[in-house]
Design a protein around this ligand. Structure first.
Ligand code: NAP
Length: 620
């Protein structure tokens, strides 16, 4: 807090006008359940608080500008801290918001039975731009009651939607895909606005997210059953595949669009209806996608969106017998709660949880394979190619072109620093064989140093802010823990001078597998380097974790690539490739990284029940 702010706050406290508890029956009261405190405290002020604020404003004590030479003054511009920038949005963000508003894509209400809906008690949550602290919009802070209505809408609509033909559902999904692509710029801007990732990366996410809707629009027509050869001549045996029913879709903030489409694409294609709960930090992209689903002709009630009090919404979804499946992407801790909570009504579950990806660089890694091999192996549409080129460009410097480690570095930059390190498949530990460890560390640090940090709307920025203060504090804690146990900071290792939640791209050496940074998901722009001696060591270190989502290895030895791929206890393995996600391949984890797969034909299996039908007495 500024000195002025401190004086004002002290005066207000002594006047008894700053209250931080609710007022129930005349008593100042904490939330009964501490876990709901965050959500409650972000909700709109109560009438009481509002009238206190009004009084303060009219008394002249409620000031939100600095005092310079006796004048109340806004920040002169540039990089502002949250408190200041809340005074007004930056011109850039304002322009984006205005354009989004006029395009009809800036939706700020929930969607229940095809109607845009406020929270029943009028509470709202602020959605902020992590790069500036600007409030982008207020969205409803919904809870159990709204969720139950959304479930009822989805349940009623299920009977008609599940009976539409696969061709009809396919057409709707294709139209939705076309609209998502037609609006990819605006959707990208929305993602940058509420999530912070650089605009080009955000547009790349739109293309990636939309690809699931396109893929499952095609797969809708291929949900084949089976005829089983009968063991008895008067019988005929069939297997039907039918939609599971109403699906509760709970998603995180790091990919505000793609984590939704990966689930909703196959759900709708198979005939299910959905209640989506996006993260309270990034609900606007979900609402814009829902708006486009309506424009695509997907009937009201098929797609419902509620947001707000996560626990209340989650509990309502878990308690309902009408919800037949929960599909969740997020932290392992919340995933475990949902798994336990699903037991009572024995729901189907898909869980995409946290990772702790090792990236193993062997002495024999080929210099050019990382990029060239990727071009051959990875199917990209124009936008994904755009994203890849962008990631590659980030690291293309004249120095690197002459460096023997350029391609490897590039690959790992994409693997490590995408979305400021906030992806579940980000390389969490970079294991480097001893023979090249020192050279690699210095070449890699040189490349990382070139990454430009800043507001995602600024051209050339490769790394945006972290999602919130808690995320920065977690990174700081991990870095400090590693330093205290003997690690060296080669680059970065502290908050960025831009302030807010920006953190310097960081490279750390001499990491071991006992440090917090190796044991847990960093979810920040920190690349820890761990030396290893032999292939066996690398495999042991890589598997020494409860997570099992993605792993990467770089080698030119084909036998080794097979051997190590098979030995890694991970659901996804990238060999000489750092960016492996695609709609046509199964995505999911071993161990505590989850259950089930998303994308590809396997992704559809998660949304269908298998029904065996036996026809008897089939003789004449
Ligand atoms: P999170 O805290 O687990 O939140 C994920 C979602 O769950 C949010 O919508 C959140 O709501 C909601 N939620 C929180 N508590 C809940 C409860 N008690 N009942 C029902 N819903 C609840 O995770 P996050 O911080 O948003 O996302 C980061 C994590 O996601 C990382 O661990 C990352 O590895 C993982 N992730 C995994 C994959 C994958 O494919 N395996 C992909 C992306 C991310 P609010 O945000 O509104 O509180």
């Amino acid at each position: 807090m500024s000195a002025i702010g401190k004086i004002v706050a002290t005066r207000l406290k002594s006047s008894g006008l700053i209250r931080s508890q609710a007022l129930i029956a005349g008593k100042w009261t904490e939330a009964y359940n501490a876990s709901t405190r965050d959500v409650i405290s972000r909700c709109r002020m109560s009438t009481k608080a509002e009238s206190v604020a009004m009084k303060l404003k009219s008394s002249g004590l409620f000031r939100s500008q600095a005092v310079i030479a006796g004048k109340l003054t806004e920040a002169y511009g540039g990089h502002t801290r949250a408190v200041v920038s809340r005074c007004r949005m930056s011109t850039k963000a304002e322009n984006v918001a205005t354009r989004l508003n006029s395009s009809g894509l800036l939706r700020s209400q929930g969607l229940i039975a095809g109607k845009w809906t406020e929270a029943y008690d009028g509470k709202v949550i602020e959605v902020t731009n992590p790069a500036t602290g600007d409030v982008v919009a207020n969205v409803p802070c919904m809870g159990g009651r709204e969720t139950n209505d959304a479930i009822s809408a989805a349940y009623e609509t299920f009977s008609s939607w599940s009976k539409t033909t696969a061709a009809e559902r396919s057409k709707c999904l294709r139209k939705w895909y076309d609209l998502l692509i037609a609006h990819k710029e605006e959707l990208g801007q929305l993602i940058t606005l509420e999530q912070g990732k650089p605009l080009k990366e955000a547009i790349g996410e739109v293309a990636y997210g939309a690809s699931f809707i396109e893929y499952f629009s095609e797969e809708a027509k291929r949900v084949y059953g089976e005829i089983i050869p009968t063991p008895l001549s008067d019988r005929r045996l069939f297997v039907l595949k039918q939609p599971v029913g109403v699906v509760g879709v709970i998603t995180p903030w790091n990919f505000p669009l793609a984590m939704i489409t990966r689930k909703v694409g196959p759900a709708l294609a198979s005939g299910c209806t959905v209640v989506i709960k996006p993260s309270e930090l990034t609900p606007l992209t979900a609402l814009a996608a829902a708006e486009l689903s309506i424009q695509a002709g997907i009937p009201p009630g098929v797609v419902n969106v509620v947001m707000g009090n996560a626990k209340e919404i989650g509990d309502a979804l878990l308690a309902s017998t009408q919800v037949r499946k929960i599909t969740f992407t997020g932290s392992t801790a919340v995933g475990k709660k949902l798994m336990a909570g699903s037991a009572n009504t024995v729901k189907r579950l898909s869980l995409e949880l946290g990772g702790n990806a090792p990236c193993i660089v062997f002495d024999d890694a080929d210099l050019d394979v990382a990029v060239k091999g990727a071009e051959k192996e990875f199917k990209m549409d124009a936008e994904l190619k755009y994203l890849r080129e962008e990631l590659t460009l980030l690291c293309k410097t004249s120095e690197e072109k002459t460096s023997p480690y350029s391609s490897r570095d590039r690959a790992k930059l994409g693997t490590k620093f995408r979305n400021s390190g906030q992806t579940c498949v980000c390389a969490n530990r970079i294991l480097v064989q001893e023979g090249i460890y020192d050279k690699f560390a210095s070449a890699f640090s040189n490349a990382v140093q070139k990454l430009q940090v800043g507001d995602g709307f600024v051209d050339g920025v490769a790394q945006g802010p972290l999602i919130n203060e808690a995320a920065v504090q977690k990174v700081e804690k991990f870095v400090q823990d590693a330093i205290s146990k003997g690690a060296k900071v080669l680059l970065g290792g502290r908050r960025h001078h831009l302030g807010m939640t920006f953190y310097e791209p960081t490279v750390m050496a001499d990491i071991n597998n006992e440090m917090l940074i190796s044991r847990e998901e960093i979810f920040g722009p920190v690349a820890p380097l761990l030396p290893f001696k032999t292939e066996e060591d690398a495999i042991r270190l890589a598997n020494d974790t409860n997570a099992g989502l993605a792993a990467y290895l770089f080698t030119t030895n084909i036998q080794r690539s097979w051997r190590v791929s098979e030995a890694l206890e991970y659901g996804i393995v990238g060999v000489n490739e750092g960016l492996v996600s695609t709609e046509v391949a199964p995505f999911g984890g071993f161990k505590q990284s989850g259950i089930g797969r998303e994308g590809s034909k396997y992704g559809m299996d998660e949304y269908v029940e298998v029904k065996y039908v036996c026809l008897g007495n089939m003789h004449g």
